[in-house]
Structures are given as structure tokens and as C-alpha cells.
Design a protein. Structure first.
Length: 442
């Protein structure tokens, strides 16, 4: 059924909400600079500390350990204290972690800095998902979310060569200090700008009414079912489990390529270090485009014009994840061109699906549960990131090839696609009796 777009077509409608979306996207860009720093420093760290690929895999995963451990409690904390206070604390901690890495006296110190980075960045995506749910009507959430998610891809596209240049000319410690300065600048900006809609003095009544979007079924569900669920009951919901498994598969491939792609291009395809940094940006740039154009703009475009919202989101979510299987082609690549084509197909498909997945916590859960659902899916994603970092290190060391590492990623993606198809089902808030039951039904 077509929706009423009268307010949206009003050229005088204020756009305060988009200022918030761009702010959140900038935050993702900055915190992914901190994350990709390690992949850029792969060879330098191996030389500086005399470690193997197996140890580097554990070092890469160290960030994910604390990040994952914080995900379930961070959802509860977000729903209790709100985006503003939790976001301020997180951005300060992650900037401190980058400076700590730059000053790390030994391998143990570097591990400690990465642990702290995981704690600081833990609220980022669940907080962004909650903020988008607060600031945007349901029909605009895909593109708003894609601004955040595409920033993660764009950070790798520009961050790897940029940080690589700093590393080559000044050393790995200065590359970490460089990202620390950028992170602290963002902390100051977030402190100054971000407010929830109810606390923002510059938000006009007309835009506040537009954001509330009382005519949509999602908001009706939020209004009628205000009582939040327990974390245990959410974990028992098929929709939450399906989303968590599918997102975990996406994150496995994402972190595999985030931490290992420059090393794969350099060692397997015999590309020098500087060119591996430049080539790494190609699939990430392609992923940035598909993230914004398909997972963001196209989804919202079709939903606004009356297409079935659940069907549109499911098609992009499942289809994009299926394109992620292109990583299997990279396992047999014989030159840089073949490798970049297959990895671009894989990352491009997964990037199109990612903003849809991140918009779902606010579409399959009532408002009081959005933070917890975001924490659940990000926890599963980070456990998958840990597995990707460590398992890849072992497989590369054992077989001196990335073929088995990419095959493992393909198998996990197949499981994730099945979870989206059979567990997630229709994208809607599960039915339950308002204010009397916390049991979710798929």
C-alpha cells in the first residue's frame, strides 16, 4: 500500500535529522581508521615484535574480544542511559586507545591498547542503530543507516593508503598517533553536536512530527507495545536469531578482508607493500558505492513508492549476502585483476545487505528493545570477527595459501543465507499482547 508522502515532498521540511546521520557516519569513518591501522601495520609489527601470522591473528582478534564481551551489556546500558552519554564515553575511550597503541612499549602493551579500543568502540553500531530509530521515520532508515555503514567501507578505501603512507614515511607508531588525533577531534565534535530529538533545541515541530511518522505500522507497534522484553526472551525469538546468524556470516568475511586483504595481495599475488595498500582500496570503494546506492537509496526509494517494505529489504539482504560468495572465486585467483574482481563482487554484495541488516533492530523490535537487539547481533558479529582473525592466521600458516580461509568464509555465508530465509522471515515486530507479555513470536 502506498504511503502518504505529503510532508516528505514539502521542500521546506527541515533536515536536522540528516545532520545527525552525517555525524554518526563520520564517527564510523574515524573508528574504522583505528581498526584498519593494524592491517596496514602487518609487516611492520611482525618485524618489530618478531611474531608469526598466527600471533598476528590473535592480535587482530584482541579488539574483537572486548568489543564482543561488551555487546550484550551495552544494549542494556544504551536503553538505560541513552545515546548521548554512552556515545561520549565511548568516543573518548577509543581515542585514548589509539594513543596507547602508539606508545606501547612491547607486544603486551599493544594487546592492551587493542583491548581498550574494543571497549571504547563497542557502543558505536548499537548506538547508531538506536539513534537512527529515534531520528528517522521507518521509510528513511535504510539510507540513513547506509551513511553509517558505507563509512566503514570508505574508511578502508581511503584509510589503508593514507595510513600506509604515514607508516612508510614515519613508522607504525606515528600511524597510530595520527588516528588518535583524528579520533579525539571527533570526540569533541560529537560532544558538541549530538542530542536525542527530545533534547535538541534546534529541532522544529514540523520535523519532529515528520520523524514520529504516526501513520506507519512500525510506529503504531512502538506506541502500543512500550513494555520492553528481557534479554533472555529476545534471544529466544527466531527473528533475532536469524538476524544474528546472518549478520555473523557477513562480519566473518568483513573482518577477514579488513585485517588480511593487504597481506593476501602482497604475499599471495606478489604485489609490493605500497601497491597492496592502493589495490586494497578498490573493492572497498566499490563496496561504498553499493552500500549507499543499493542498501541505502534504492531500498528507501522503493519503500517510499509503495513497494512491500519487507519484501524489498529481504531481497536486498538475501541477494547481497549471496553475492558475498564471490569470495570463493578469489580463492582460485591467479593474478591481481582476478582477485580484485572477485573480492569486489563479494564485498559489494555484502555491503548492499549491511545497511538493511543494521536498520532491522528498529524494525523488528519495540523501541525499548532496539539497543538490546543491536547488542545481540553485534555480539554475534564480533564473535565471528574473532573466529575470522584467528582461523585465518592458522590456515594461512598451515597451508601457505588463502584458499582454505576463503572456503571457510563461503561455508559460513551459506549458513547465514539460510538463517535469513528460514528464521528471519517477514520483517516486522513479532506479535505479542501489549504490556502484558514479553514472549516474542516469530
Amino acid at each position: 500500500m502506498a504511503e502518504d508522502h505529503g510532508m516528505e515532498e514539502n521542500p521546506r521540511l527541515p533536515r536536522r535529522r540528516w545532520r545527525i546521520a552525517w555525524l554518526l557516519g563520520l564517527g564510523v569513518l574515524v573508528n574504522f581508521f583505528d581498526r584498519v591501522n593494524l592491517s596496514v601495520s602487518h609487516d611492520a609489527l611482525i618485524g618489530a615484535f618478531g611474531i608469526s601470522d598466527v600471533v598476528f591473528g590473535y592480535l587482530a582478534s584482541s579488539y574483537n574480544w572486548t568489543y564482543a564481551a561488551c555487546q550484550l551489556p551495552i544494549g542494556v546500558i544504551l536503553d538505560t542511559f541513552g545515546v548521548k552519554r554512552v556515545g561520549r564515553a565511548g568516543t573518548f575511550l577509543w581515542s585514548a586507545a589509539s594513543f596507547a597503541a602508539a606508545a606501547a612499549p612491547n607486544l603486551g602493551g599493544l594487546f592492551g591498547a587493542r583491548f581498550l579500543l574494543g571497549v571504547g568502540e563497542a557502543p558505536s553500531f548499537p548506538a547508531n542503530a538506536k539513534a537512527i530509530g529515534l531520528w528517522f521515520p521507518a521509510r528513511e532508515r535504510s539510507f540513513a543507516t547506509s551513511l553509517n555503514d558505507s563509512a566503514a567501507k570508505f574508511a578502508s578505501a581511503i584509510g589503508v593508503p593514507l595510513i600506509g603512507i604515514v607508516l612508510i614515511h614515519a613508522g607504525w607508531r606515528w600511524s597510530f598517533a595520527f588516528t588518535g588525533v583524528i579520533s579525539f577531534a571527533y570526540f569533541l565534535g560529537f560532544w558538541r553536536v549530538y542530542r536525542d530529538p527530545g533534547d535538541d533545541p534546534e529541532l522544529t515541530e514540523i520535523e519532529r512530527h515528520y520523524i514520529a511518522d504516526r501513520k506507519t505500522p512500525q510506529v503504531a507497534a512502538e506506541r502500543d507495545e512500550e513494555e520492553p522484553s528481557s534479554l533472555a526472551s529476545l534471544l529466544a525469538q527466531r527473528k533475532v536469531l536469524g538476524l544474528a546468524l546472518g549478520f555473523g556470516a557477513y562480519n566473518y568475511v568483513f573482518f577477514l578482508l579488513l585485517y588480511w586483504l593487504p597481506a593476501y595481495l602482497s604475499s599471495t599475488l606478489h604485489i609490493d607493500l605500497l601497491h597492496s595498500f592502493v589495490y586494497t582500496s578498490v573493492p572497498w570503494l566499490f563496496a561504498t558505492v553499493t552500500d549507499l546506492a543499493i542498501g541505502g537509496w534504492l531500498v528507501d526509494f522503493l519503500v517510499k513508492r509503495g513497494w512491500n517494505a519487507s519484501a524489498v529489504r529481504r531481497a536486498v539482504l538475501i541477494g547481497g549476502t549471496a553475492f558475498g560468495l564471490g569470495i570463493l572465486g578469489a580463492a582460485r585467483a591467479e593474478n591481481a585483476t582476478q582477485a580484485l574482481v572477485w573480492i569486489s563482487v563479494s564485498l559489494g554484495g555484502l555491503a548492499a545487505a549491511a545497511p538493511v541488516a543494521w536498520s532491522l533492530p528498529s524494525l523488528i523490535a519495540v523501541r525499548g528493545d532496539v539497543g538490546k537487539v543491536g547488542g545481540v547481533i553485534n555480539f554475534c558479529g564480533q564473535v565471528s570477527g574473532i573466529a575470522a582473525s584467528i582461523l585465518t592466521g592458522y590456515l594461512v600458516s598451515a597451508f601457505h595459501s588463502y584458499a582454505w580461509a576463503f572456503a571457510a568464509a563461503g561455508a559460513y555465508l551459506a549458513l547465514g543465507i539460510a538463517a535469513y530465509v528460514f528464521l528471519l522471515g517477514k520483517i516486522e515486530v513479532p506479535q505479542r499482547r501489549a504490556s502484558t507479555s514479553t514472549r516474542g513470536a516469530a
